[in-house]
Design a protein around this ligand. Structure first.
Ligand code: ADP
Ligand code: MG
Length: 617
């Protein structure tokens, strides 16, 4: 004898929406029904641990799925809590009482069971009607005195309930697929979907007798109970990586969002091969059920090397994955996760300097990308940077913070010098004044670093300054034998004429010790290497950068300069050649000389002159 029921008005409305327009991803029905089955199992487990008598207590908890391609059906069976007749009406016929929520309410305050049982997926069950013309639920409650029931509906005209004899504990849901959705009755199809969405469900899931989920959702377990090997195994499974991860961060938070997260840094940065751009491999879960595979918005771009999972119970009553992207929840998650991960890196740099160094070697470009592109986090990122420095041995690096602690009390700027190697930095004319005055300079080797410094701008209240642009000067000339001020001024004037177009201004320098000359960017806006990069970037464009004019500074105490001042009066032709060569030498030191062919030609003329000149004296 079956009993006819109408759906509550709201449910009927909801069903119409579900059937006709709500879910764009129809495949999601399997995620919802498997989640309900897992919830039912979780609730039974809770009753058992609370020593409640249950029907068929020996039956193991689990979920079994069967497909019948010929009949076009999918059956999802669980051995969970089941439903009584009244519960069928209440849970599947009305919306006000989501069973899970009612169940939670019925629990005493403060005695909250495992949070994993809260399956707040809102309209989950009704998603069955997206793919099925008819849904048949046969269920037997855990209560020993109860009996089995059969619930049948085609969605449109309400539902029927009738008694059913001899049912085992739990629930079986049979979906009679719509003709256009028959593909879900192919085992391969369903296996893919279950593995995607439900592979971390805590109860065994079998499809036609084959176990589909073997890996535990260890992120939702207590840290202290997880063995190192389990973490490694999990990482290798999730990250498809043979190696161990370089770093692991397992953390939980309650406020401002409930988050359980397990993040890994792979031991290798695959982007450094230059072959590809890596994409974040962190997926978003809600209570171990996949909500979104690798959502782009979960982390900033520069953290795209991370792998792992983020599980948040604070998903809004989730309707579909599309609506997730509209919520500000993703932004909030992003903020919390990024801040936490940066804090973690800072801690690791302190506690595990060797591993941090490895990390830095592999991933420094990402941190630098962050400084340049992520204004919110640039200060935190600045703390993570490491550079070689003039006061440290080759190969050793310092943080900006440590540099600041070493600064003299009258020093207000953090100086840096970009050079292709340490040797080049130490022999750079721009370094001379620093060396003489014992002022520390950071040696930057990555061409990106100057942009990074420009963006960082200052650190702990000290501004970052390129050595080329520093206003440091020597107290007095390096040697006694220096050109007089008048001679130096006259030579400068002559040099400017001799070099013509190439130079903007020539003047005496007060920062050179061993070098005869140095070039300085006229507008002081850019260092030479930045200019080089800008040029390279604009190479193919019509509106290339205007040709820069540089200033030349001369060292009046240098032998070449003193000699040149005499030579210009005795052999102006040769002196002009020497002037041109000196200027090119300075450009080479600054990394500015682009085409050396002219220089080589001139050098050959000079050599010939030297060789054919009568030996003097
Ligand atoms: P939610 O899971 O968010 O509560 P659903 O629409 O997915 O919403 O399910 C409605 C209710 O139906 C559940 O709360 C639960 O009480 C009941 N239910 C659904 N599937 C099962 C099942 N397999 N076993 C027992 N109860 C179920
Ligand atoms: Mg549900």
């Amino acid at each position: 004898m079956s009993e006819k029921h109408q759906f509550q008005a709201e449910i009927q409305q909801l069903l119409d929406i579900v059937i006709h327009s709500l879910y764009t991803d129809r495949e999601i029905f399997i995620r919802e029904l498997v989640s309900n089955a897992a919830d039912a199992c979780e609730r039974l487990r809770f009753l058992q641990t609370a020593s409640q008598p249950v029907f068929q207590p020996e039956t193991a908890l689990g979920i079994a799925i069967k497909v019948d391609e010929a009949a076009g059906t999918v059956t999802i069976t669980d051995t969970g809590i089941g439903m009584s007749q009244a519960e069928l009406v209440e849970n599947l016929g009305t919306i006000a009482h989501s069973g899970t929520r009612a169940f939670l309410k019925s629990l005493e305050e403060g005695k909250k069971p495992d949070a994993a049982l809260i399956g707040q997926f809102g309209v989950g069950f009704y998603s069955a009607f997206m793919v099925a013309t008819q849904v048949v639920v046969s269920t037997r409650s855990y209560r020993p005195e109860d009996q089995g029931w059969l619930w049948t509906s085609t969605g449109g005209g309400g539902y029927e309930i009738e008694a059913a004899a001899d049912l085992p504990r739990g629930t079986a849901i049979v979906l009679h697929l719509k003709p256009e959705n028959k593909e879900f009755a192919r085992p391969g199809q369903l296996e893919t979907l279950i593995k995607r969405y439900s592979r971390f469900i805590q109860f065994p899931i079998e499809l036609d007798g084959k176990r589909l989920n073997t890996m535990q959702a260890i992120w939702s377990r207590n840290k202290s109970e997880i063995k190192e090997e389990e973490y490694t195994e999990f990482y290798q499974y999730l990250g498809h990586d043979q190696e161990k991860p370089l770093f692991r961060l397992h953390f939980t938070a309650d406020a401002p969002l409930a988050i359980q997260s397990l993040l890994f840094v792979p031991s290798r940065n695959w982007e450094s091969t230059g072959m590809m751009r890596i994409e974040s491999e962190v997926s978003l879960y809600c209570k171990r059920v996949l909500i979104q595979d690798r959502p782009k918005e979960l982390f900033p771009e520069w953290l795209r090397f991370l792998k792992g999972v983020v599980d948040s119970e604070d998903m809004p009553l989730n309707i579909s994955r599309e609506t997730m992207q509209d919520t500000s929840l993703m932004q909030k998650l992003n903020k919390v996760l990024t801040g936490r991960f940066l804090k973690f890196l800072a801690e690791q740099a302190e506690a595990n300097p060797e591993t941090y160094e490895k990390f830095y070697k592999e991933y420094q470009r990402f941190l630098k990308e962050g400084v340049v592109s992520d204004y919110t986090h640039k200060d935190q990122l600045g703390k993570l940077l490491r550079y070689e420095s003039s006061t440290l041995d080759q190969g050793k690096t310092t943080s900006l913070h440590d540099y600041v602690t070493r600064m003299g009390s009258d020093q207000n700027e953090i100086f840096y010098l970009l050079a292709p190697s340490r040797e080049a930095a130490e022999s750079s004319p721009y370094f001379e004044v620093f060396q003489q005055k014992k002022v520390e300079v950071l040696f930057l080797q990555d061409p990106w670093d100057e942009f990074v410094m420009e963006h960082l701008h200052n650190f702990e209240g000290k501004s970052l300054k390129a050595a080329e642009k520093s206003s440091l000067v020597l107290e007095k000339p390096a040697t006694e034998q220096s050109l007089s001020d008048e001679d130096a001024a006259a030579l400068s004037k002559w040099l400017k004429e001799a070099l013509g177009e190439r130079v903007n201004d020539v003047r005496s320098s007060r920062r050179l010790v061993d070098s005869p000359v140095i070039v300085v960017d006229q507008d002081q806006m850019m260092t030479a290497s930045m200019r080089r990069i800008m040029k390279a970037m604009n190479k193919d464009r019509e509106s290339a950068m205007p040709e820069s004019k540089t200033d030349l500074e001369i060292n009046p105490a240098h032998g070449i300069i003193r000699q040149l001042n005499q030579l210009r009066q005795t052999d102006a032709g040769l002196a002009t050649l020497v002037a041109g060569q000196l200027f090119d030498n300075a450009c080479v030191a600054a990394g500015l000389l682009e085409d050396p062919r002219q220089m080589v030609k001139r050098l050959n003329v000079l050599l010939e002159k030297v060789l054919t000149r009568p030996a003097n004296g």
